[in-house]
Ligand binder design. Structure first.
Ligand SMILES: Nc1ncnc2c1ncn2[C@@H]1O[C@H](COP(=O)(O)OP(=O)(O)OP(=O)(O)O)[C@@H](O)[C@H]1O
Ligand SMILES: [Mg+2]
Length: 297
């Protein structure tokens, strides 16, 4: 979820509570205040004519002298589903922090398409340009329904009041219905998000990202804590997203990696802040260096 969306959701939930309280007292006005919502606007199209949606070259980051990212170079093709594996502390999350503008590298190049230099933009701008990020812990709004959570992801108006009066147009309604189906929650639209299982909350958050139609989705350990059945369904979900979106998926669950890389997906192994190996899952699994540092014998 994007930082501005987090703030927006909290405000909307507060406004809902206020409106309910006011209605109980027989008032008609919610007392909605002007809130500092950020607009979801596209800052420009992503040029992928050179066959890359994401391009990192010689990126370096040190934390107190410790090189967390070390001459990291990597690129992703439009529509690709790229798997990233590697030991704890390899720099996988830090790489996502750099792409999303949360962490500034000390040096290196990070491009979105061939024209957008991501190092020139702030975190919120990067999210608006079409890079969606899913953190490990689900951050849905538990006191809102599944439907409301998805609807929230679309809202663009600045004020809480008009946000509450917001009506989906038919295209948006269709999209919401399609996404409910995609994330396997079409039977659960009116349930409070707080009552969903852990896996369903993860899907809902992915749905909220999809409502914003991201070009690139970064997913950090999306199946951690899921049941085997939820994990299998998540693999199916990601395979349906592939092609329509570009995805970068970090995961330690190798059966999940096998499922989503089936059919020619590339697996990148990160270690000590750089790429140790890259290729099909079979190729990296057979690589002695990868066995040594990560997969074990
Ligand atoms: N803000 C920070 N300040 C100091 N050190 C950091 C910071 N962020 C990350 N690190 C260090 O950088 C290294 C890489 O961490 P990172 O979280 O990127 O690893 P990871 O590959 O995501 O590991 P895991 O599989 O455990 O999630 C670790 O040694 C971590 O302690
Ligand atoms: Mg991590």
């Amino acid at each position: 979820m994007t930082p501005d969306l987090m703030a927006k959701g909290t405000e909307l939930a507060e406004a809902h509570a206020k409106l309910e309280a006011a209605q109980k007292q027989g008032q008609t006005e919610s007392g909605g205040r002007g809130a500092g919502f950020s607009r979801m606007h596209k800052l420009g199209e992503v040029d992928t004519a050179h066959g890359r949606i994401l391009y990192l070259e010689d990126v370096n980051v040190s934390f107190d002298g410790f090189k967390a990212i070390n001459n990291l170079s990597l690129d992703i093709a439009p529509g690709e589903l790229r798997c990233i594996i590697g030991p704890n502390g390899a720099g996988k999350t830090t790489m996502m922090d750099i792409i999303t503008g949360k962490t500034r590298p000390d040096s290196g190049t990070v491009f979105f398409g061939s024209t957008i230099d991501l190092l020139r933009y702030k975190e919120a701008d990067i999210a608006q340009m079409g890079i969606g990020r899913k953190f490990q812990k689900p951050t849905v709004f538990e006191q809102l329904t599944v439907f409301e959570n998805l609807e929230l992801a679309l809202k663009t108006d600045k004020s809480v009041k008009s946000s509450m009066l917001f009506k989906l147009d038919s295209l948006q309604s269709d999209r919401l219905a399609e996404i409910l189906h995609t994330i396997h929650l079409n039977q659960d639209a009116t349930r409070l998000a707080g009552n969903l299982s852990h896996g369903q909350k993860q899907w809902l958050e992915i749905g909220m990202l999809l409502m914003q139609d991201p070009k690139l989705l970064l997913l950090d350990e999306p199946v951690a804590g899921m049941t085997d059945e939820e994990t299998a369904r998540t693999a199916e979900l990601f395979l349906t997203l592939k092609g329509k979106h570009s995805l970068m998926v970090v995961e330690h669950d190798m059966s999940f990696i096998k499922a989503i890389s089936d059919g020619g997906g590339i697996v990148t192994v990160l270690c000590d802040g750089s790429v140790l190996a890259q290729g099909s899952l079979e190729q990296v699994q057979a690589d002695e260096r990868v066995i040594e540092v990560y997969l074990g014998r």
